[in-house]
Design a protein around this ligand. Structure first.
Ligand code: FMN
Length: 354
């Protein structure tokens, strides 16, 4: 189709179907009690491909069981379920923070015996004094995929972000480790983007059209991925999820990733002593806290885990960086002038509670 015709078509479509993308603000959650409110805030946690791999069973007002939904597992890029447990850990972190803000103490009892166990945690809620934690911090947290400034993160901010935690490492983009992570991330991303099975799995979670966003309320949407303006309008109206497997889409993704890896202040890496369900949950809690802290300081946060998702890179990267533990999570961070509103969609609380 000629550009002129495409433009004309898109204009007509925009007039008849509305220009905007459906995003989080289009969905109103019906919250009936404090437990549902806490679950809502917990569900705003970051999670891989926005699969939201969780559901809860509310036994009563003070006992809640968190379960993993293995039907939402990413079998190709996450065969061990590490990313899935990290996502569940992030949910737990938000749960505890939201409970404390609303005047409850959440005692978390981790119950997963192994990585195939769907019984993640039993949470005991009891009345407690309000912590003063500001819930808007949870609502404003987001993944940011724009290029970041390359300037150093200040010492004062790094101290606030990492809190001297021995499981968190920071490498500035100008350090030799930072340059190494950037280069390996681009290579690993490219390998993953070209792999047929990974492509298909990603396509399964693409929600391009507004009707798919409304239907599923999960996955990767144009607004969540930062595809805005005419590009977003075009993709929303004319792309099918399978189009994400086309060469042109993949090429754009690789170019965008190059820009992302070349433009940041540095890299955050979370390690754990071992690979286990509980250490991944701990990683998820740390990830969520790091993302919240960065957002609060106006620092962009972008998880990029391809170097540990691609098996052929994982061992080499661990050996090369030689950290005192196994790398479990990697994120690009950096100052930004503009922090757009959090917009990735979530399923309704009524659906999460089974
Ligand atoms: C384990 C894990 C890995 C992730 N990997 C990536 C990634 O490689 N690239 C990316 O853009 N986002 C990545 N994300 C971010 C998720 O896509 C994001 O959290 C999700 O789409 C929800 O969006 P939100 O964080 O803006 O709420 C990852 C998140 C987690 C928990």
């Amino acid at each position: 189709m000629k550009t002129k015709n495409v433009l004309a078509l898109a204009t007509v479509v925009s007039i008849f179907s509305g220009c905007g993308s459906v995003s989080r603000e289009n969905f109103k959650q019906e919250i009936s009690n404090p437990v549902e409110s806490i679950i809502y805030y917990a569900s705003l946690a970051g999670n891989s491909h926005n699969t939201q791999p969780w559901f809860v069973k509310v036994e009563n007002d003070s006992i809640i069981h968190l379960k993993a939904d293995f039907s939402r597992k990413l079998h190709i890029v996450d065969p061990d379920a590490r990313g899935m447990f990290i996502s569940l850990g992030a949910f737990i972190e938000n749960f505890e923070l939201a409970a404390s803000s609303l005047g409850y103490k959440a005692s978390i009892e981790l119950t997963a015996a192994n990585k195939n166990d769907s019984n993640i945690a039993t949470i005991h809620l009891s009345k407690f004094q309000k912590s003063g934690f500001d819930l808007s911090q949870i609502e404003n947290r987001r993944t940011l995929r724009t290029p970041f400034k390359k300037i150093e993160i200040s010492k004062e901010h790094l101290k606030k972000i990492t809190d001297y935690n021995s499981e968190i490492f920071y490498f500035s983009s100008s350090s030799k480790e930072g340059k190494y992570i950037a280069g390996q991330t681009l290579e690993a991303y490219t390998q993953q983007a070209l792999d047929d099975q990974s492509k298909q799995e990603l396509a399964n979670w693409m929600r391009f059209s507004n009707s798919d966003v409304e239907k599923y309320r999960d996955g990767l949407t144009t607004s969540g991925m930062g595809i805005t303006g005419f590009g977003g309008l075009f993709v929303r109206n004319f792309y099918k999820p399978e189009d994400s497997m086309k060469e042109s889409f993949i090429k754009t993704g690789i170019e965008k990733t190059k820009e992302q890896t070349n433009n940041c202040g540095g890299w955050l890496v979370i390690i754990q002593k071992e690979d286990s369900a509980n250490s991944w949950i701990k990683t998820g809690r740390l990830y969520e806290r790091l993302n919240l802290a960065c957002r609060d300081l106006g620092i962009g946060f972008h998880p990029m885990n391809q170097i540990i998702e691609e098996e052929s890179f994982e061992k080499n990267v661990n050996t090369h960086l030689s950290l005192p533990g196994v790398i479990q999570f990697v994120a690009r961070i950096g100052y930004v002038d503009e922090y757009p509103k959090a917009n990735s969609v979530r399923r309704s609380v009524k659906e999460i509670i089974r």
